[in-house]
Design a protein around this ligand. Structure first.
Ligand code: FAD
Length: 468
């Protein structure tokens, strides 16, 4: 083994939550040990999540933009795709960032112990690594064990043609016909990539809309676009069976009227959600409660029921997003170092990096309705934005929700190109308690997509004059 080691703060897991916590605790003077079972740091987000998916989505965007230039008199012809080089590009991006994390850990003298860690007591984790067992003792511990894809019992997950997001990101081939099981963010992002690369896509979703959780009007422009590009989008439909045959995966669907039908695909991406890793770490040996789904409950200080053990990121609950994990990691580290800090963020933005992108933060109209909260809205359709028309992509929309009492912004949603970057202004507005006049009187650069936030506030105020 690596010998017994002690950390004042021990972090279990090196994803965005874990490394943020470890680096912050080290910066605050703590002796930090970080435990990771993978050969590289960075967790799901860096290795098989946010980053490789965005590298491929960038490529998808270039392909489809080049293709659509045909309508404006610029023809590029059919792209020649070299999958090996494309994979190298994606792996290179991940490798560079992983190397960066190694450097950041070394620079702060954060000791990394490789192997699978499990609690053996309230102040001890045993790590099974390639060279044996290391006993890691701690004064305080931050659990950042993350999550993994949910599998479905009736699906032949051992068939190589059935993949999860990790398998889809490996980009082993470009299937002719691909089924994306699950119309959430992860499934739709990968659908976008494979569609651009030339696969014929079918999406199946149990709920009555794609990206359940986002407002229906927000998702509509995305739905309209992919309806025109994909072979099929089945809503209110479930997959009830899957049979591995020589010629493909024969899938049985059942719609909301109970009618069944089948189709055969070359590849199936299962993207039906992620489950927390809380059950895999023997948390009960440290007295930390894990619920039946594998989540670990925490208070506003990120503390579990054991006040010296914290938990952060995907393992503590929804939304399972990297920026939430990072924020919680910093809170846990600062509390562990004795600082006055708590998780009190008003909003956590959500983004689907699809084409077009879908982004929202704060209250949605659906939530406001369900919770009986009165809101008023300002909506700006991008068809009246000079910039989106210039981009040839005017299907977007920017929507702001206001508290009718004081006109403060309580929610915002944007669909359109770059919506993911644009939503941050709304997040800041909500955190700062900004109202419609604040957004309406802030001079935005013209012509930009960011102006649409300003225009949506003016639509609400009734002061808009400068359409286009
Ligand atoms: P993780 O990143 O899951 O890291 C946990 C780490 O702990 C892992 O490295 C794991 O190996 C390690 N570990 C677990 N148990 C043990 C153990 N017992 N011993 C040792 N090590 C252990 N989020 C976004 O915000 N934006 C995106 O664009 C985005 N895109 C995504 C795309 C895909 C395809 C996927 C799958 C996810 C995406 N996410 C995205 C979600 C994001 O990846 C997660 O929210 C984020 O990684 C959670 O961070 P974390 O630190 O909680 O855990």
């Amino acid at each position: 083994g690596q010998g017994d080691v002690h950390g004042e703060v021990v972090v279990l897991g090196s994803g965005p939550g874990g490394y943020s916590a470890a680096f912050r605790a080290a910066d605050l003077g703590k002796k930090v040990v970080m435990i990771e079972r993978n050969s590289t740091l960075g967790g799901v987000c860096l290795n098989v999540g946010c980053i490789p998916s965005k590298a491929l989505l960038h490529v998808a965007k270039v392909i489809t933009e080049a293709d659509e230039m045909g309508a404006h008199g610029i023809a590029f012809g059919k792209p020649k795709i070299d999958l090996d080089e494309l994979r190298d590009f994606k792996d290179g991006v991940v490798g560079k960032l992983a190397g960066g994390l190694d450097g950041l850990a070394k620079g702060r003298k954060v000791q990394v112990v490789r192997g699978v860690g499990k609690f053996t007591g309230p102040n001890m984790i045993a790590v099974e690594g390639p060279e044996g067992t290391t006993r890691v003792s701690f004064d305080q511990c931050i659990i950042a064990a993350g999550s993994e894809p949910v599998e479905l019992p009736f699906i032949p997950h051992d068939d190589p043609r059935v993949v999860d997001s990790t398998g889809a990101l490996e980009l082993l081939d470009i299937p002719k016909r691909m089924l994306v099981l699950g119309g959430g963010i992860i499934g739709l992002e990968m659908a976008c990539v494979y569609d651009a690369l030339g696969s014929k896509i079918t999406v199946v979703e149990l709920m009555d809309q794609i990206i359940p959780g986002a407002d229906k009007d927000l998702v509509k422009p995305l739905m309209n676009r992919i309806k025109g590009r994909y072979e099929n989008i089945f809503l209110k439909t479930k997959v009830t069976g899957m049979e591995a045959q020589k010629k493909g995966l024969k899938v049985t669907f059942e719609d909301d009227k109970g009618e069944t039908f089948t189709d055969t695909f070359d590849k199936v991406l299962v993207a039906v959600g992620r489950k927390p890793n809380g059950k895999l770490i023997d948390a009960e040996k440290a007295g930390v409660a894990v619920d039946e789904r594998g989540f670990i409950a925490v208070d506003a200080f990120q503390r579990t029921g054991q006040s010296h053990i914290y938990a952060i990121g995907d393992v503590v609950g929804q939304p399972m997003l990297a920026h939430k994990a990072v924020h919680e990691g910093k809170v846990a580290a600062e509390v562990a170092a004795g600082e006055k800090r708590a998780f009190d963020a008003r909003v956590i933005p959500s983004v689907a990096y699809t084409d077009p992108e879908v982004a929202w933060c704060g209250l949605t109209e659906e939530q406001a309705k369900a919770q009986g909260i009165k809101v008023e809205k300002g909506v700006f359709p991008w068809a009246a934005s000079g910039r989106s028309l210039s981009n040839g992509r005017s299907e977007g929309m920017t929507k702001l929700l206001f508290d009718p009492e004081d006109d403060r912004v309580v929610g915002g949603a944007i669909v359109g190109t770059n919506a993911g970057d644009l939503i941050s202004e709304v997040a800041l507005a909500i955190e700062m308690g900004a109202d419609a006049v604040d957004l309406g009187h802030t001079i935005h650069p013209h012509p930009t997509l960011s102006e649409t936030v300003n225009f949506a506030a003016e639509m609400f105020e009734g002061t808009i004059t400068d359409l286009m």
